[in-house]
Design a protein around this ligand. Structure first.
Ligand code: MBD
Ligand code: FE
Length: 287
């Protein structure tokens, strides 16, 4: 390991392995016990859909072997978290939150890390002295469905930098760069200073990138802020916020954009960057 790598030296297999490691540590698999009737039902349906596609399109042995080789590469590159979150998570998110009355959320993605530094509002996210990108003041209020301001609310935020890289998933970045948890005030108001992220291109040099190239797709996600908004007695909201005018709002490779999640920041003047207000409405925990 050399010490002078920069984020531009990021390798798909390294960010993939880091995401795989993080997922294993997340505790998300610790309590999973899917009943065998359900495993059998879902496995049969998914395999059935594969058989249908093979018959319909008369899949050849060359194609079958290309798929087999590619699946092996996805695992070798540690890109199963990336694959699942880019191409599958959005539908799970859709069905698991369909009865929410409050804010719409969207997918978490592979780059969340719990335990980021905590701050009281108004906060400035950890960033380098010369952090690139347009400064952004992001503020708002967290309320219940009935409009009550929520005391004890928190906004956890993580996002890519102005070059599209996430700390802890690319070399050379400070550990918690552009990651933090902000405690709102007693009325649920929060304000935080950060920089606007750049559009994000999923790694092109790994197995997922190979699929994208082989299919003639593009690898872009629109620029986005990731958030987890919480308050006592309320359901955790996992969301992303996007930026008006981004060229990839309508063709996000991860299909995770919703119209209510698009911000329209305005200039603060005097070179102070942009500001935007966005309020969150959280559903109560169901009894
Ligand atoms: C990301 O930054 C992301 O948010 C998703 C969903 C997938 C890959 C990279
Ligand atoms: Fe992301």
């Amino acid at each position: 390991m050399t010490n002078n790598l920069t984020e531009f030296d990021a390798k798909a297999a390294e960010s993939g392995s880091a995401a795989t490691e993080r997922f294993r540590e997340s505790g998300k698999t610790a309590t999973v016990e899917v009943p065998k009737e359900r495993v059998s039902l879902l496995a049969n349906e998914v395999l059935g859909a594969v058989y249908d596609a093979i018959r319909k399109h008369k899949v050849t042995y060359d194609e079958f072997n290309a798929l087999k080789a590619w699946l092996i590469n996805v695992g070798e590159d540690g890109e199963w978290p990336l694959f699942m979150d880019v191409w599958v998570e959005h539908v799970v998110e859709e069905v698991s939150t369909e009865d929410r009355e409050g804010n719409k959320g969207t997918i978490e993605g592979p780059y969340y890390i719990p335990g980021a530094p905590e701050f009281d509002t108004p906060a400035t996210l950890p960033m380098r002295e010369d952090e690139g990108g347009t400064p952004l003041l992001f503020q708002g209020q967290i309320r219940g469905v009935d409009g009550t301001p929520l005391a004890g609310a928190k906004v956890e935020i993580w996002h890519a930098d102005d070059n599209g890289f996430y700390s802890q998933f690319a070399p050379g970045l400070p550990e918690w760069n552009l990651r933090g948890t902000v405690a709102a005030d007693a009325e649920g108001n929060f304000a935080l200073n950060t920089v606007q992220p750049a559009p994000y291109q999923i790694p092109t040099d790994g197995a997922c990138g190979k699929l994208i190239a082989a299919a003639g797709w593009h690898a872009w996600r629109p620029a986005h802020l990731h958030l987890k908004v919480s308050a006592p007695g309320h359901q955790l909201l996992t969301a992303q916020l996007y930026f008006d005018g981004d060229q990839h709002l309508s063709d996000d490779i991860a299909s995770a954009v919703k119209p209510e999640l698009v911000l329209s920041p305005t200039e603060r003047g005097n070179g102070a960057g942009n500001e935007v207000t966005y309020d969150f409405v959280l559903d109560a925990v169901r009894a």
